[in-house]
Design a protein around this ligand. Structure first.
Ligand code: SF4
Length: 165
């Protein structure tokens, strides 16, 4: 996987202390993006799943946030990673420029698996004209903090449909 950066002990990317993995590659090009260097996947450093998991396991008490860039840009590999992080019992947040509606509509197996393994999605592009510094864990008011547990039965149904294709 191509990774821009991994930081530890963040308190701004979800509740509690979190290790944040910033993935490279983003197709959204939001005006006012916090990290335009992440748009080009070639700017990332290649890391194996084992190398990322070693960072994830550095502190047994921290939870995990997948950010970017766009974590769904490398969904095949990242979905495998989320499976292993979930097995460690860690809470997973994902920041995406896609909305939950757009992600579910793709019916992409790897997207669905990421949503299945994660606990929370912060969804939608960053919109400069809706920027609000008073918001917790999101940059603009169009973005939503979504409890993915409420979508698990819909995700399971979509996955079952895939299995019958
Ligand atoms: S989704 Fe995030 S990383 Fe991608 S352009 Fe928008 S703000 Fe930047």
């Amino acid at each position: 996987m191509k990774v821009m950066n991994i930081i530890h002990d963040s308190v701004v990317d979800g509740p509690n202390l979190r290790t944040v993995i910033f993935f490279a590659g983003c197709p959204h090009f939001c005006k006012g993006c916090h990290n335009p260097a992440s748009w080009n996947i070639k700017n990332g450093t290649e890391m194996t799943k084992a190398e990322i998991l070693a960072e994830v396991e550095r502190n047994p008490l921290t939870d995990i946030t997948l950010s970017g860039g766009e974590p769904f840009f490398q969904a095949k590999e990242v979905s495998e990673l989320t499976k292993d992080i979930k097995k460690l019992g860690k809470n997973i947040w994902i920041y995406s420029g896609y909305t939950i509606k757009e992600l579910l509509a793709t019916k992409d197996r790897y997207y669905l698996e990421m949503l299945e393994n994660a606990d929370t999605l912060v969804d939608g592009k960053f919109m400069l004209d809706k920027r609000d510094l008073t918001l917790h864990f999101r940059g603009s008011s169009n973005q939503k903090v979504i409890d993915l547990h409420e979508f698990q039965s819909e995700i399971a149904t979509l996955k079952t449909d895939l299995d019958y294709r």
